[in-house]
Design a protein around this ligand. Structure first.
Ligand SMILES: Cc1cc2nc3c(=O)[nH]c(=O)nc-3n(C[C@H](O)[C@H](O)[C@H](O)COP(=O)(O)OP(=O)(O)OC[C@H]3O[C@@H](n4cnc5c(N)ncnc54)[C@H](O)[C@@H]3O)c2cc1C
Length: 397
């Protein structure tokens, strides 16, 4: 079992600022997640990397443990935690184990869940949510297209009304869980002339004629998280699969992106903290010139900086987690958290690779994989340039 942001950095270095955002219930929940990870995930980690897919069994086991339905009301099979801190604990632990696991599961329980819980009709909830919670139905969200992801309002996939159905044409790319998803929340243009105000969300399901997937994309990192292209050729989507209001999809996405960005930030920092903790153990053991490599002043200072950065970032992030729990997190603070933690994560992991020397470049070492896994976090969930745009706009610039 690898270290996690929850506690292990505390055992590796003694003076860590006490986090106050969580209470005993969250820590008990953390223990159950850790137990699940050590039993059902850690022993199979290599298998998932080799298959470039997380086995369905793991989804089902996570469902049985109640991890997938944290935001779902009890009558539809969820646990209705009503407290974002449980999502955050789950994200920290998943990410401490595997960045890819955190991405795949995170898209489902943290990103898609709010769409399926908050925007759906009673009939849709009954139809989808029990299988969502049990892990029998894996979900994805398709916003990005080959022509661009940053300018979401310019998306080109279309949905044209035909009787009570909609006919969807277009494609999406880089879709996490795209290869294995049973249901994809797809953003499509329903009013060509209205740009952001002409986008609607649809649930496209496996088996719908004309819905196909491309190959599993060959990524630099996170091989276990399947990522795919999706194609829609005259896919007939019944009116009962419209999610939310017609032409209000863009607003629905904007309202939910802060949670996606916060979830990314939680995963980014937990991942960095876990690998930093491992690196601290390594540099105390590994010797050069007869002394531990961590004891050279240069390395000591590098590590002092990194530990400080992680802890200071954690303090801001914990404030964001608390704010979101109270439904007060602003889009700007979510953008700051996402941007900053991904920069810190990449800086930490690059330094950790260096401190491991040649071993740091070997894929069999977790630090090398973690470094590759982390690169994407500055690109996705809204690239860091877009995050800076959001922050800059708030400055009146
Ligand atoms: C592994 C992976 C998984 C992903 N999972 C999903 C998913 O599940 N669902 C989904 O919908 N998408 C997903 N994405 C897509 C991701 O969100 C996009 O890649 C991202 O939003 C950037 O879009 P783009 O790749 O089209 O880059 P572009 O929009 O083409 O941007 C290219 C470059 O230009 C910069 N840029 C763009 N506009 C500006 C500007 N105004 N100012 C300054 N710079 C700018 C960008 O920051 C970037 O550096 C995933 C991507 C990856 C790599």
């Amino acid at each position: 079992m690898v270290p996690s942001a929850g506690d292990t950095n505390r055992s590796v270095y003694s003076h860590v600022m006490k986090r106050t955002v969580y209470g005993p219930d969250h820590e008990a929940f953390r223990e159950s997640v850790r137990e699940f990870l050590s039993r059902s995930v850690a022993p199979r980690a290599e298998e998932f990397i080799e298959n470039r897919l997380i086995d369905r069994d793991v989804w089902l086991e996570a469902g049985r443990q109640g991890f997938l339905g944290l935001e779902v009301p009890e009558e539809y099979g969820g646990s209705a935690a009503g407290d974002y801190r449980f999502n955050a604990v789950l994200g920290e632990e998943l990410s401490g184990q595997s960045a890819a696991l955190s991405s795949s599961f995170g898209i489902h329980y943290d990103v898609v869940a709010p769409y399926l819980v908050e925007l759906t009709t009673e009939e849709q909830k009954k139809r989808w949510l029990p299988r969502f919670c049990s892990g029998e139905m894996i979900t994805a969200i398709g916003m990005t297209e080959p022509s661009g992801g940053s300018d979401l309002a310019a998306l080109r996939t279309t949905a044209v009304r035909d009787g009570s159905d909609w006919v969807v044409n277009g494609s999406k790319t880089f879709i996490t869980n795209g290869y294995c998803a049973d249901l994809v929340v797809v953003a499509a243009r329903t009013s060509p002339e209205k740009r952001a105000k002409g986008i609607t969300l649809f649930a496209v399901e496996t088996g719908m004629e004309g819905f196909t997937r491309g190959r599993k994309l060959d990524k630099v990192g996170q091989p276990e998280a399947d990522t795919a292209e999706l194609f829609f050729e005259n896919v007939r989507v019944p009116g009962e699969n419209v999610i939310g209001e017609i032409d209000r999809g863009f607003i629905a996405m904007m309202e939910r992106l802060p949670q996606e960005r916060l979830g990314s930030a939680v995963a980014n920092l937990a991942h960095a903290a876990a690998v930093l903790a491992e690196t601290l153990v390594y540099v105390k053991e590994r010797k050069a010139f007869g002394q531990p490599v961590g004891s050279f002043q240069h390395n000591k200072f590098v590590l002092a900086d990194l530990v400080t950065k992680v802890e200071v970032s954690q303090a801001f992030l914990d404030q964001c987690i608390a704010a979101h729990t109270g439904r007060e997190l602003s889009a700007v603070d979510a953008a700051k958290a996402k941007m900053w933690t991904s920069e810190v994560q990449n800086e930490v992991l690059d330094a950790c690779v260096q401190l491991f020397g040649g071993y740091g470049y070997m894929k069999e070492y977790r630090v090398a994989r973690a470094w590759m896994d982390a690169r994407v976090t500055r690109i996705w969930a809204g690239s860091n340039e877009i995050m800076r745009e959001i922050i800059g706009r708030d400055l009146g610039l």
